[in-house]
Design a protein around this ligand. Structure first.
Ligand SMILES: [Zn+2]
Length: 180
């Protein structure tokens, strides 16, 4: 290889190493891992693919490999529901399970976001990682779709507003949210 691109591989003079790995049949993932972990080269998959593309190595691995696309066989009758510990004959159990699962996804994302915010506040990181707030928003949106949480919150607020105007809401027991 004569020329270089300006990627971390070329800057570390590892282009021959990478080319040899490709010829030895290493996957891109494995090469990326070697670069990152063993050789302490900071590079992501996009940069690796770019480098391989520039040196014509990306096409080689694709054309050498005969990839066969197989359809995914979904056997609806064979889905193992038992591991979820829900009775699929009982709709409320299923809804309960889905709501709890989505709540867990949201809470996990909330923790990730809070952790990122704390790191930004303490100066450990500059700002939030890209997509951090968007991921939280997506997680909330999924939770909201299965729980109608925002609707309930808005209703409670609406009732409070109406009551503050001196009107009485009689049938609000089902909300039971205490002070919202
Ligand atoms: Zn390069």
């Amino acid at each position: 290889m004569n020329s270089k691109c300006q990627c971390p591989i070329c800057l570390s003079s590892l282009e021959n190493f990478v080319e040899n790995r490709i010829k030895q049949g290493y996957t891109n993932e494995k090469i990326l891992q070697e670069l990152n972990v063993n050789l302490d080269v900071e590079i992501d998959m996009n940069e690796l693919n770019n480098h391989l593309n520039i040196f014509g190595l990306l096409e080689n691995i694709n054309s050498d490999e005969t990839t066969e696309n197989k359809p995914i066989q979904v056997e609806l009758r064979n889905i193992d529901f038992s591991k979820y510990e829900i009775d699929v004959e009982k709709p409320y159990e299923v809804i309960d399970f889905v709501q709890k699962a989505h709540l867990r996804v949201y809470l996990n994302q909330l923790e990730i976001t809070l952790d990122a915010q704390n790191k930004a506040l303490s100066g450990e990181n500059i700002g939030l990682p890209p997509g951090c707030m968007r991921d939280l928003q997506v997680a909330f949106s999924i939770l909201d779709k299965s729980t109608a949480l925002s609707l309930i919150i808005n209703q409670a607020q609406a009732i409070k507003t109406v009551e503050s105007m001196g009107l009485d809401i009689n049938n609000k027991d089902y909300l039971d949210l205490g002070n919202v």
